[in-house]
Design a protein around this ligand. Structure first.
Ligand code: TMP
Length: 218
């Protein structure tokens, strides 16, 4: 990773926390400040990743085994790193992603109970050392997350992406506790922003977290 000059920002949090809106707003602001920005999302991102996303989130795939699920998330990511993220960082761009390996740690490592080691090992293989410089967690409590995710599923007609949202509340309790432990273990890598305020207040908190990390640009 000798070439790398850009900045890699990852937005994380529980379902319904508002991170997608915040990632978009941050990308917009960075562009206004003159940075080249690559926006990405996981699962998905690349065209191949979007095909894998359909398998991962299709509620018909109830029998998807936890280890198969884990590998599919990493398959998406390996493609994303190779095709989009690494080239963008190498040419000095800011990459803004809506979820990355921190999601896999929280949802599969902690939520599914697969553990930290397997996630760390697969990250090494799939990402080849490409890792966020900063992960912003938009933090909301469990009850708000479950309520927002369910409301979203009701309002989006024909929603084919509900498989993860249909997990039990206990699963989401482990995911949230996972995020909290991850921050405790590596506090320097994370900024936790309170996601309960209005969109602009949250955006101000996000921008404060990002500012100190920005590379100089001419
Ligand atoms: P989204 O709601 O942010 O589009 O994410 C889709 C779902 O996929 C969400 O419930 C979180 C889940 N997910 C994982 O379980 N592991 C992962 O590695 C990623 C990227 C997402």
């Amino acid at each position: 990773m000798t070439e790398r000059r850009g900045l890699f920002l990852n937005f994380e949090g529980m379902d319904g926390c508002g991170k997608t809106t915040q990632a978009r707003m941050a990308a917009e602001r960075l562009r206004k400040e003159g940075y080249e920005v690559l926006e990405s999302v996981e699962p998905g991102g690349t065209p191949i990743g979007q095909q894998v996303r359909r398998i991962l989130l299709d509620p018909a795939n109830e029998e998807l085994a936890p280890r198969a699920e884990l590998l599919l998330y990493f398959a998406c990511r390996a493609q994303n790193v190779e095709q989009w993220v690494k080239p963008a960082l190498d040419r000095g761009a800011v990459v803004v992603t809506d979820r990355f390996t921190d999601s896999t740690m929280a949802y599969q490592g902690y939520g599914r109970g697969l553990g930290r080691e397997i996630v760390i090992t697969l990250d090494r293989i799939a990402c080849q050392g490409v890792a966020p410089d900063l992960t912003i967690i938009v933090d909301i409590d469990l009850e708000t997350s479950l309520a927002r995710a369910r409301a979203r599923n009701r309002t989006v007609a024909d929603n084919h992406e509900t498989r993860m949202d249909e997990q039990a509340a206990e699963f989401y309790r482990r995911v949230r506790a996972g995020y909290q432990e991850m921050v405790q273990l590596e506090p320097h890598r994370f900024a936790v922003v309170d996601g309960r305020g209005d969109i602009d207040t949250v955006a101000r908190g996000v921008w404060q977290a990002i500012q100190g990390k920005l590379p100089r640009h001419d």
